[in-house]
Design a protein around this ligand. Sequence first.
Ligand code: HSE
Length: 431
Amino acid sequence: MRKINIGLLGLGQIGTGLYEILTSKKAFFERKLGVSFEIVRIAEKFPNRKRKVHPPKGIMTRDALSVVRDPSVDIVVELIGGTTAARAVIKEALKEGKHVVTANKALLAEYGDEIFELAHAMRRWVCFEASVGGGIPCIKALREGLAANNIESIYAIINGTTNYILTQMTETGMGFSEALAGAQAKGYAEADPTLDIQGIDAAHKLAILVRFAFSGRVRFKDIYSEGIAQISSDDIAFAKEFGYVIKLLAIAKKTADGVEARVQPTLLPKSHILANVNQSFNAILLRGDETGDVMLYGRGAGAHPTASAIVADLVDIAKGSMEGPVDDASVIRALGSRVTVKSITSILSRYYLRFYVIDKPSVLAAITKILGAHQVSISDVIQRERSAGKVVPLILLTHEAPEKNVRAAIRVIDRLAFVKGKSQVIRMEET
Ligand code: HSE
């Protein structure tokens, strides 16, 4: 029986889930895998906090470095989060010759090159299935299951908080603030929901997916992200009238003139497979040149789903290291050449445009004239209410147009006297 000693950094929600799984299923793993996992050290900033599990006092410490330097530890599981202490401690663990398992999407998105380079130099594994899509084995799918494919595109719902909020807004008609408060009450939104709401959490995860799907380094700052705070209940209702739902999508695709990678609220046709991924669920739709579409669906957060992904990594390392030296093919691929991401202003898309305008003759004509002058062609229009002289919503859908032209047209439209407030622009996707 191969014994694997684990040093756990962080006994929060996910760390607790991992502790529960590894202790309650110890015999199961021994029988199924021939591996005995043992958590031998735990570093935790707040060791006396009330929690569901009670590890022996003797294995607990506040000092993470003492855990990574402990010669008895084979694999360090980093669940501290953030990019400061976690970065230092993971680098130290690798230098100490430990393998690392982490759920830290921000760290890998922003400092992936540095971490993977060090892992490569030290011939150690850095595994991170839990960093994207919680319990969904999407990294494994990209690395192994879809190995025969050139990945052509990724369309993903990889932030449960924003998916929950948008689902609530769609199902009940409530506004963003009320839906956010509901998500916080249910414990979905993190204490500071900014990273979720602004699309940054999803962008971190997309950076990791792009690295493995397109086999290259990607600069996090090249991934454009837009959040959902500006989506109104009107937008959701109008999208519905046109047959669309609004989802926060992480999109990466290869186009004729480069790679696009962005996180954005998106109008998706109701019939789209991702349009029906609701509540806090996540889904990752990968298009391979051999397989066509493959969709992975499941719980993108939560202690046990995320800990399940961590265990999968522990098993990979246990099996890999049993078979001999580290197979660093995946690390080399993780480094790869640079993936150049197109700037947001150079993309083409369809757009949903919503204006609040004074209801009077010639307004629609003036707006469409400006769009036409910028080569933006209209595919559909709604102006339901009739309220002469008052402010009414006017919604236009466009055919595919260059983003820079749409932006230029909107700048002109926003200066018109009969246009009130800031216009809304939401990109649309059909495929
Ligand atoms: N905050 C994330 C989400 C969960 O809402 O999906 C962890 O990645």
